[in-house]
Write a protein that binds this ligand. Sequence first.
Ligand code: NDP
Ligand SMILES: CC(C)CCC[C@@H](C)[C@H]1CC=C2C3=C(CC[C@@]21C)[C@@]1(C)CC[C@H](O)C(C)(C)[C@@H]1CC3
Length: 658
Amino acid sequence: MGNSHQSRFSPDFHIPYGTGKTSLESSTGTYFGSMKMPTVKYQRGDTVMGRWPGSSLYYEVKVLRFDAKSQLYTVIYKDGTELELKEQDIKSAAGFQTRSRSRSRSRSPGRRRSRSRSPARTTRRSSSRTAAVVAAAAITDSVPPSRRDTKLKDTLEVRLSPLQQTKAAENNSNNKHEKKEEKQKEENNMANKVNETSEAKVEAEPARYNLRRRKDDGGAKPAAAEPEQQEEVAAKMAATPTATLSTPLDFGGKLGAYFWLLFLPAWVLFLVLHVNLKDPSLTNFPPPLPPLEALLDVQAFGFVILWILFQAVLYILPVGKLSEGMPLRSGERLKYRTNGFFAVVVSAVAVAAAVYQGVDLTYIHSHFLQLAVASFLISVLLSVYLYVRSRYTSPEQLALGGNSGNVVYDFFKGHELNPRIKDFDLKFFCEMRPGLIGWCLINFAMALAEMKQQGLDAPSNSMILVNLFQLLYVVDGLWNEEAILTTMDLMHDGFGFMLAFGDLVWVPFTYTMQSYYLVSHPNPLSLPALTAIVILKLVGFYIFRKSNSEKNAFRRNPSDPKLSYLKTIPTATGKSLLVSGWWGVVRHPNYLGDLIMALAWSLPCGFSHLLPWYYMIYFIILLVHRDSRDMSECRRKYGSAWDEYCRTVRYRIIPRVY
Ligand SMILES: NC(=O)C1=CN([C@@H]2O[C@H](COP(=O)(O)OP(=O)(O)OC[C@H]3O[C@@H](n4cnc5c(N)ncnc54)[C@H](OP(=O)(O)O)[C@@H]3O)[C@@H](O)[C@H]2O)C=CC1
Ligand SMILES: CC(C)CCC[C@@H](C)[C@H]1CC=C2C3=C(CC[C@@]21C)[C@@]1(C)CC[C@H](O)C(C)(C)[C@@H]1CC3
């Protein structure tokens, strides 16, 4: 057990909760791994009371192993949560229980509510309600509640990193797993891991977790982890083989990565060529391919570079707020310049000035293909740069989802989580600036092209709707730019080809299909149709904005009094899950709003062709897949608490349907 990480990830050392001592113990002393540790106070398999980090609350845990190097015990809670504790944070169960019974009668887990009424209470008592999930016994501490609140808020921070499932766990049949869970349920009615819904049964066995202390959670004061903790984490990260810090492969795994690398650019090419056809029907497949030299245009390349540089300059200007991202695995919180609204306003002024000066923006329509190819080349160069630099980055900076050890997969999915050049955050910048604002610029250019091509004095109603709807979407995203810091892309996904291409090519050149289509395929709208579409858009926008803001506000400050009416479920990480409000209606209310908006973007284009409906179709696929990705990620993070959330909030995106 020289290397704690080897053992942590090694299937050989897994003891499912409740299995008791193992054959690794000898009659002459206790062996932890291959090393004899006669001086260790608690033995592997012992049931003891472990202190929850940052609190004075003790819960029944089972000792899994001891790491002589770090002098830490790895213990497992009843819900499968693993935590590393110092010896002084462990007490023997025998003497403890007498004390605990007399002091905690009124707080017995059986009587404790598993759901809080308010985030304020969540934060204050997150430990004790975490206990509702994991504890068999707990005592109150001697610290007065008010002091304890602060103490907890500041110190009850844990770091989660998914453990690879053990072979034994993998081999477990569902049946066996359910039996185990039933047993566990009996042991502790709060540690409920049984999947009651058929849907939950289909989903994977809950993973086990490794929790380490960390400064975390929105409610806590933004701060880096204690140097001592940071060192500890860094040392462990360094000792861990990079490839083990990863989550299961996505997007069809390694083979899938090859497929997407080829398919995505080909699909954009297809769409761009197709929308140019007089009759963009599926029967006109494939569209004629232009000669290679027609694809490359130095001028178009130059314009794209200039646009990106212009946005980069706006991004680095010391204008606007410096917002803090969510805590990283290292405990650090990165700062982001959230001046997106400023950037879009300055860009609009610059574009207006250019048009006023006689710049013909319909160039964007006539050179759409060349501009798309130029952006594609830039995204490839950027992805190569990102991958190369990620090879020299420390393991703690890597994205768990893009750290498979397979070059192609990691290149595609994104190896490094937050690549930065000094304070310049490449992922945040690319996601929020050139492509997103470029999307509005292209739409505007399409409106001008429509007027030119159709000989109109003003853009058509349909074109105006599409322009305004999508402008609202982008400006809203930039106005609420801080909220992006609590989304999946920023928190979990690495920055690689998928996002670089997505941000620089996919968004500006495929999200503009509706406006491009309308340039040469007019679709006049009656007033009732127009009104109905506007109402639909506003409904979608309301759901989208409210739900995103609710989650963002909650993640940033769970004890915000404005959110005190919301019910929450505690999780073993110290973070809670919203279970009422928007997030109590469906598991992804923001996706629902987004999909309704997508419908409103396609409707103005009519039903003559499938092409303007492409976004809607793609978006359903994207969001359903994202929802599944998020489900697995949250299950890994929150274990049984997530299962409870899913049982309470049964539908994923569409209430009562899906
Ligand atoms: N137009 C486009 O192309 C796209 C738009 N979008 C939009 O971007 C927005 C962000 O989407 P996305 O990043 O995918 O996902 P979310 O913003 O929904 O983020 C998911 C995260 O929210 C947290 N969470 C989930 N459930 C709860 C809960 N009940 N209570 C509290 N926190 C919860 C979890 O993170 P944790 O617990 O770790 O905080 C989870 O990982 C959405 O509105 C989406 O529609 C997304 C993709 C593409
Ligand atoms: C190429 C792949 C198949 C898919 C790539 C997906 C990306 C294009 C999207 C992933 C998440 C995104 C978000 C937005 C744009 C699209 C991408 C990058 C977003 C910035 C759009 C504006 C919204 O207001 C938002 C909520 C800020 C969005 C965040 C997610």
